[in-house]
Unconditional design. Structure first.
Length: 403
């Protein structure tokens, strides 16, 4: 009987990964509870199991008595079995909670197991399942049971006796983790991801900087002939990605963030009191700066953490002439021009897409990407502290990451 007990403990330890001492403690607690309930013994005793021999002993104060499991009877043994199985399940869930809590924010691979309404159930391994709620899915992605899927561990929490692992395909951190996998310079600490903003399924803007002046951070993220960025775009099912060069200069950062629109640094006017930036653009650049349904300016505002107003020179002149009344509204974060103007902007953006930077998700190498200074990721400094019109050197066409 003792040898069978030891083999049982070892089998559960190997199968479920639960510590042997924890299993022995659970079995001792189960046997003690069953003995108190069915043998009507006093409460001041405990049943202990020898870890090497498997022999059971009853300890009452300083006295010890050898116990044979057979004396407990069938009902008591069944009670002990139920209590032991319950404690094993609790220990297994605690192990899952501990393991996946440490992996929060990391990418895991799994397979689609089934669907529960709009929720996807993902099999992470033989014993653990995670879920992708509707709000963490990407619109337009379709999966079927058995499909492999790569997700971000968004949250891990205990609900009742079970652990719920919430996965995400829409979180911006998923894009950041994919870049860390594909770009070795990020893992080595040479290139830093400063900010990521995203409209899942449509477009992402990611700002990067380099600690080594010899390494072009944008070119390294794109890869030779777009090899690195293409892998990430394929994983996101064609989602467009704009790689932005980070700068401590607010004006330079805004200029980079609003690409593919061409903007002069002298036409960017920040207001530190309201944390709004007014950007004056030419008529032919307005649609590119705003983007389809305001997407480009909305993401740029989120990336810079300043609200951005896009205005043309004609609108500025109209505001000045009319004293600020009756002027055409500017495109701001979360706002867009009237519907007709939006459609025109969308058409012009599509027609001029070929003129956008190659690193904006097209799979080619970056050309004429501006240089910006690196710096700590914090809210942008007041405009009085920013050198207006900071230099904008250009990288050589077809820049490639350093070997």
């Amino acid at each position: 009987m003792a040898n069978e007990l030891l083999r049982l403990i070892d089998a559960i330890h190997r199968e479920k990964g639960i510590d042997r001492d924890l299993l022995f403690d659970a079995l001792e607690s189960a046997m003690t509870t069953a003995a108190r309930k069915h043998l009507h013994l006093e409460d001041d005793f405990d049943i202990k199991i020898d870890r090497k021999t498997g022999e059971m002993e009853l300890k009452r104060g300083d006295e010890e008595y050898e116990v044979a499991p057979e004396i407990m009877g069938r009902i008591a043994a069944q009670t002990a079995k139920q209590i032991f199985h319950q404690k094993v399940r609790e220990a297994e869930q605690d192990n899952v909670l501990h393991q996946y809590s440490q992996q929060r924010g990391e990418i895991v691979m799994g397979r689609v197991s089934k669907f529960e309404g709009d929720t996807i159930v993902v099999d992470l391994n033989n014993r653990v399942e995670g879920i992708i709620p509707r709000d963490q899915r990407i619109r337009g992605e379709n999966y079927k049971p058995g499909d492999a899927i790569r997700c971000l561990i968004y949250d891990v929490k205990k609900v009742g006796q079970r652990v719920r692992i919430i996965l995400s395909r829409s979180n911006p951190d998923l894009v950041a983790r994919l870049f860390e996998i594909e770009v070795p310079e990020i893992d080595e600490g040479i290139i830093h991801i400063r900010s990521v903003v995203r409209e899942p399924g449509y477009r992402t803007k990611i700002a990067v900087s380099s600690t080594d002046a010899k390494i072009d951070c944008v070119g390294a993220c794109v890869g030779i002939r777009g090899s690195r960025i293409k892998s990430i775009i394929d994983e996101l099912n064609g989602e467009r990605i704009d790689i932005i060069r980070w700068s401590d200069s607010l004006e330079m950062l805004v200029k980079n963030a609003l690409k593919p629109a061409e903007i002069d640094l002298d036409d960017i006017y920040p207001d530190p009191d309201t944390r709004r930036v007014t950007v004056i653009v030419d008529e032919d650049q307005q649609s590119l700066a705003i983007g389809r349904r305001g997407q480009n300016v909305r993401l740029a505002s989120a990336l810079c953490r300043w609200e951005i107003d896009i205005k043309t020179r004609a609108e500025i002149e109209a505001e000045i002439a009319g004293g600020g009344e009756g002027a055409a509204p500017a495109a701001t974060e979360g706002a867009s021009p009237e519907e007709d103007s939006l459609e025109d902007a969308s058409l012009q953006e599509d027609n001029e897409a070929e003129a956008e930077p190659a690193y904006a998700g097209s799979g080619a190498e970056p050309e004429n990407a501006e240089h910006g200074d690196g710096g700590a990721h914090s809210s942008a400094p007041p405009s009085s502290m920013l050198p207006h019109g900071e230099g904008e050197g250009a990288t050589a066409p077809g820049a490639e990451p350093a070997s």
